[in-house]
Structures are given as C-alpha cells and as structure tokens.
Design a protein around this ligand. Structure first.
Ligand code: ATP
Ligand code: MG
Length: 524
C-alpha cells in the first residue's frame, strides 16, 4: 500500500513525501479511506504508530476554506495541541491550510487576532476553546470534522462536560472521530452518544504495548529510588529520557536532586507557567536537556525524537497510563526501553498492569556501583573510538608528542581523560542504598564484608566506609554495594581487596573506632 493509492491531491502527496513518510502505517491504511468517505470512526492503534496523520491527512485533503473553521481537533494537554497543530500544518503546507493551536496560559488576544484573520483547523485544549466560544471569538457552526484525540482521556470524568459543551456548538451532521492507543469499554459506550454508526478500527489487538519497547522493573525501596535512578542513568546512558513521577511535588523533588547530582534535567508539570513549559519542551526536543522529569501531563501523545528511555519513578496509577507513558519511546518503528520502579508493596499493582496491558515486565537487579564505573569506562572508550575514527583529535597530536618527552603515554592519556570527564563520580553520600539481599550471596569475585556499624550508631556509614577505603589505599570507586541495617552493614568489595579492607579496619580500631569486620558467611 502506498499513499498514492488513496487518490489524494497532488498537494497533499507532495507534503507527505516532504515530511518523509514512505508508506502508510496500518492505522493509516485502515482509517484514511473511511475518513475520506465521511464516516465516523473510532481508531485504536498502538502508541507512536501515526494516528495523527491518520486523521490529519483526510482533514487536510477534505478541507474547504471558508469564513469559519472546517475542523476542530481536541487535545488533553497544551503541549499536544502545539505538536499536533505543527503536524497538521506540515501536512497542509501545499494546500495552504491555516492551522491554529488554541490553548490556555497564553495571550488570548493574540489568538483572537489570528482567529479573525481566518483559521481552517483549530487544534486546542477544551478549556480555552470554551473560553473563545463564550467570548464569541470562535464559531463552530461550519465545522465538518471533530476529532477527539486521546479520546478516552478526553471523555474521562474531568473533561466530559467541556467536550459536551463544545460538541453542542458544532453541527449535528458533522463527522466525529475518536483516536487513542487505549479505548476502554465504558468510554466506547459514552462515545456512541456523539457518533453516527461509528466504524471501529483496532489495529493489532494482540499487542497493546509496542513490542519493540523493552520493559523491565526493579524492586526499589522508596528511599533508595533517587540513587537507583542515578545509577540507571549512568549505566543506561540514555540519549533522552523521560522520568515520570506521581505528583508535581515529586517532580520538583526528583528534578532538583538530579540537577544537584550534575545531570542535565528539567521538570514539567501543570503548575508551571506556560512560558516555562514551552521553554523546557523546546530544550528537551533540541537535546539541550537530557532528562525530562514530568507528571502524567507528558504521558500522552508527545512525539519527541530520540527518547530512548522512559522511567516510571513512581508506578503509574492505572494500566492505561502505563501504556501511554512507555509509549513516549519506541515510536515509528524505533526501539526503546521502559523501566519501572516497584516498591515491595506495589507488586500486586504491577501484576495488574501486566495483565491489563497484556504484557510481561521482566525483573532485573539494580546495577552495582562497580557496574556504573564499568559502564562509564565503556562510554568513554566509545567516545574515544569515535574521535579517532573521525580524525577529530589530530590538532592535539603535537601537544602529546611534546608531553611524551616528560611523561608516559599512559599518564598523558589518563590525564587527558580527567581533563575531559572530571573525577570518577562517587556514590552520593547518603545512608540509603540498594537493598542487598542477605540470603543471596554476591557475584563471583566479590566478597561481602560484615561490619558492626549501622544506622543505630547515628553516623554516616558511607563516610566511615570511605575513610576505611582511604586507609586501605583503595579508590572508593572499587567499593561495591553497601547495605546499611540498624546494627550492622554489609559492604561488597572485590575479592582481592577484601583482606586489605579488613586490615585497615583493624588499624582504625586501634585508633579508637570500635568496628569489627569479618567476611560474611555464605548461607548454606
Ligand atoms: N507513514 C509514516 N511513515 C513514517 N513515519 C510516520 C508515518 N506516520 C507517522 N509517522 C511518524 O511516527 C511518529 C508517531 O506518530 P504519532 O505521533 O501520530 O503517533 P500516535 O499513534 O498518535 O501515538 P500516541 O498514541 O502516542 O499519540 C511521528 O514522529 C510521525 O511523524
Ligand atoms: Mg497521538
């Protein structure tokens, strides 16, 4: 199937090819002909599979320009109104379709001016559209097509009255279209009220979740989440990541901590001014921000290139939210990674998500501190390889030659890495660490030491471990997992360093600290 087979106008086909779409996606194959025929359609297809163009192409194709808007597309968030209006604008480029995003938090006067100049397609959020209807600055009496994008979200409790108000101002004989990746049955029943014999399209009923998204979960205690997040980011090295939190406060908290830890992170939620929301989105899209920490305001519809990872810092409340959140990666045939943090109490909820989303989420063990270091070394090696392969380094060769009269090449290279990457980052000094399971023993080559210091001692155990490491003349980065319990602590170290650590603790004891250390016994 090709776009040419839909018998579209030259202008629309030209726009599609300029955007770079080579062939229609399955939802586009099914939906476009029905929409062109003028039928009401409920379209359900997985996240990132081109639902926007599935309704966008027919709207542009059928659009007759008049005094009042021809089509109106409703979106649940401002960000989505902007994004979808941009996409319709691209599809309508050669038909010179006027598209206007209409959403709150921004100057209504400017919107009114634009509306006066004439708009063919309105893409907006319900609240602001109602505002315009009341001010008589939007007339929907000539509307031929209404789209409820993210229909299930739009028809859920919070939005339904607004949607009804808007629909009442449009003509009865309009074409009504509903699209979403999820379409729960109760919503379908509500939807029928507004539609005429809707055709139901469901693409790929077997997988609700995009199969190319790899899904894993980690068991993490609430207090350990921030360190777990930092480790995962270090090891996974996402190009762009979205971290979802449960509340606005949690978003602020997590993003602030990430920034303090040196990550290039920003926050998005509904309490920020529109200017700030737009600034953050712009930065993230341009890759000037690596990590977007957000509430569910970013869960639906957003299409941002190169989001390689979605991390559920808090497990989503309902399974549909899980599907939409993780759908921010793995778009348009790309692969992606979805990570979910689960506290022990949330296991049952996780199972419910798996069941409803008809998917399997695999469990993994959190990377250790040593894994983080290894991953960093690997990333550095990758960077170096690329620099050499692309001959980016040649301007520095004479400098190295000069230095080599005084130092070894090894030292020069390591010092250059230091200059470029800074100190090897240490584990943040906090008392909460990944839970070391006391009944499963560490990996081969790692020895677990038992120490008689714990939370009860009201000292910062990691600080003590740091001074032990320094006493033993061992870089702190070589120390692996640390698990602090009330009265004791487990510290994991490479086998060959264990004796040195024990000896240095003994030396320190002589200096007055009463800590006993011994190799933990393996349970049999
Ligand atoms: N025919 C096509 N060929 C290639 N890429 C396409 C095609 N149609 C759409 N895309 C691209 O696929 C990506 C996802 O499309 P879109 O945002 O419409 O997905 P969606 O189905 O609405 O997802 P969600 O459920 O998350 O809203 C976009 O970047 C879009 O440009
Ligand atoms: Mg969409």
């Amino acid at each position: 199937m090709k776009f040419e087979d839909f018998s579209l106008s030259k202008e629309t086909l030209k726009a599609i090819s300029e955007i770079g779409f080579e062939e229609p996606t399955p939802i586009q194959v099914s939906a476009i002909p029905l929409l062109l025929k003028g039928l009401d359609v409920v379209g359900q297809a997985q996240t990132g599979t081109g639902k926007t163009a599935a309704f966008g192409v027919p709207i542009v194709e059928k659009c007759q320009r008049g005094k009042n808007p021809f089509a109106i597309i409703l979106e649940p968030t401002r960000e989505l109104a902007v994004q979808v209006s941009q996409e319709i604008n691209k599809i309508g480029k050669f038909k010179k379709i006027n598209v206007l995003p209409v959403y709150g938090g921004t100057s209504i006067e400017r919107q009114i001016k634009a509306l006066k100049r004439g708009v063919d397609v309105i893409v907006g959020t319900p609240g602001r559209i109602i505002d315009h209807i009341n001010r008589k600055t939007i007339f929907l009496s000539d509307v031929k097509i209404v789209v409820l994008d993210e229909a299930d979200e739009m028809l859920n409790m919070g939005f339904i009255e607004d949607i009804e108000t808007i629909l009442r101002t449009t003509p009865q004989d309009r074409q009504t279209l509903l699209f979403s990746a999820t379409m729960p049955q109760p919503i379908m029943s509500i939807a029928k009220k507004y539609m005429k014999n809707p055709e139901k399209i469901r693409v790929n009923t077997k997988d609700v979740v995009v199969p190319k998204i790899k899904q894993i979960f980690y068991e993490v205690r609430e207090e350990d989440k921030i360190n777990a997040l930092s480790r995962l980011i270090d090891v996974e090295d996402p190009q762009l990541a979205i971290v979802f939190c449960h509340t606005k406060r949690e978003v602020d908290d997590v993003s602030t901590k990430l920034v303090q830890m040196g990550y290039n992170a920003g926050a998005l939620h509904g309490d920020y001014t529109q200017a700030r929301r737009e600034e953050i989105m712009k930065k993230f899209k341009e890759g000037r921000l690596d990590i977007l920490v957000a509430t569910d305001v970013a869960a639906r519809g957003l299409d941002i290139q190169n989001v390689t990872h979605v991390i559920n810092y808090s497990i989503p409340q309902n399974p549909d939210s899980y599907i939409h959140r993780i759908g921010r990666t793995g778009r348009a045939g790309k692969s992606g990674m979805a990570i979910t943090f689960v506290t022990p109490r949330e296991y049952r909820h996780l199972r419910l998500i798996e069941k409803t989303a008809k998917t399997v989420i695999d469990r993994k063990r959190l990377p250790s501190h040593a894994d983080v270091i290894r991953a960093k070394e690997k990333n550095i090696a990758k960077d170096i390889e690329e620099i050499i392969r692309e001959n980016k380094h040649t301007d520095y060769i004479s400098a190295v030659r000069e230095l080599s009269e005084q130092f070894s090449f090894g030292d020069i290279a390591a010092a250059a890495l230091y200059a470029a990457y800074g100190e090897v980052k240490e584990m943040p000094v906090e008392e909460s660490y990944e839970k070391v399971k006391t009944n499963d023993m560490p990996e081969a080559g790692i020895v677990r030491l038992f120490m008689t210091i714990g939370r009860r001692d009201k000292i910062k155990v990691p600080d003590i471990v740091k001074s032990i490491a320094s006493e033993a003349n061992i870089p702190y980065s070589k120390i692996g997992n640390i698990a602090v319990f009330d009265k004791f602590t487990f510290v994991e170290v490479p086998e060959e360093l264990a004796d040195r650590v024990i000896r240095s603790v003994d030396d320190m004891m002589m200096k007055g600290r009463r800590i006993k250390v011994q190799k933990a016994k393996a349970r049999t």
